[in-house]
Design a protein around this ligand. Structure first.
Ligand code: ADP
Length: 187
C-alpha cells in the first residue's frame, strides 16, 4: 500500500499516520519529522530548513523533493509506505509521480483528514504547551493554516481528478479516526 496522508496542521495526521503504518506494516515517512531530526542533529539540511519551519513557511521544493526521493529509494519503502506531509505543493505532486515512476511504483490512495479550523488551532496551542514545538505559537499556527489553505488545499482537487482521494472526518476520538482511516483504506 502506497498512501499519502493529507490534512491541515493539527488534524492529527502525524499521530494517525503512525497508527495506520503500524496496522498496515509499512514505514511511516514524515517530512516534518525528518526536518526536525535534521534540525536537532544540526545537519546542513536542518540548518537550511530551520528558518522556514520557524516562520510556518514551506521549505523550498528542491530541498524537500531530493530528501523524499532519497527516503523512498530506501529498502523498507519497497513494499509500501505512508507519506505524511508530502506532497504539499502542486510541484511536489508532479515530483512525487516522477520519483515513484522512477522506482516502478504508483500511489494507491490519498487520504485527506478533514478538521474544523478553530478546533485544530486549539489543539495545536495545547500541543505547544505540552511539547514546546518552536512552530506552535499562535501566530505561526495561523500562518501554517493559511499556507495550507493556499498551497496544499488545491491538491485535493488534483487527487480527486486522479481518482485517488478519500476523505476521512478527523473529529472524534483518536481511535474512532484510526478506524475510519483503516476502513477508508479497505481494512
Ligand atoms: P504540521 O503538519 O503540523 O504543520 P509537519 O511536522 O508536517 O507539521 O511539518 C512541519 C514543517 O516542516 C512545515 O511547517 C514545513 O516548514 C516543513 N515541511 C514539512 N513537509 C514539507 C513539505 N512537503 N514541503 C515543504 N515544507 C515541509
Amino acid at each position: 500500500m502506497r498512501i499519502v496522508l493529507m490534512g491541515p496542521p493539527g488534524a492529527g495526521k502525524g499521530t494517525q499516520a503512525v497508527k495506520v503504518a503500524e496496522s498496515l506494516q509499512v514505514p511511516h515517512i514524515s517530512t516534518g519529522e525528518i526536518f526536525r531530526a535534521n534540525l536537532a542533529a544540526g545537519t546542513p539540511l536542518g540548518l537550511e530548513a530551520k528558518r522556514y519551519m520557524e516562520a510556518g513557511e514551506y521549505v523550498p521544493d528542491e530541498v524537500t523533493n531530493s530528501m523524499v526521493a532519497a527516503r523512498l529509494a530506501e529498502d523498507d519503502a519497497a513494499n509500501g509506505f505512508i507519506l505524511d506531509g508530502y506532497p504539499r505543493t502542486l510541484a511536489q505532486v508532479d515530483e512525487l509521480d516522477r520519483i515513484l515512476a522512477g522506482l516502478g511504483m504508483q500511489l494507491d490512495s490519498v487520504v485527506e483528514i478533514t478538521a474544523d479550523t478553530e478546533e485544530v488551532v486549539a489543539r495545536l496551542l495545547n500541543r505547544a504547551k505540552e511539547q514546546g514545538r518552536a512552530d506552535d505559537t499562535e501566530e505561526v499556527i495561523r500562518r501554517r493554516m493559511d499556507v495550507y489553505a493556499e498551497q496544499t488545499a488545491p491538491l485535493v482537487a488534483v487527487y480527486t481528478e486522479k481518482g485517488l482521494l478519500r476523505k476521512v472526518d478527523g473529529m472524534g476520538t483518536m481511535d474512532e479516526v484510526t478506524q475510519r482511516l483503516l476502513a477508508a483504506l479497505g481494512h
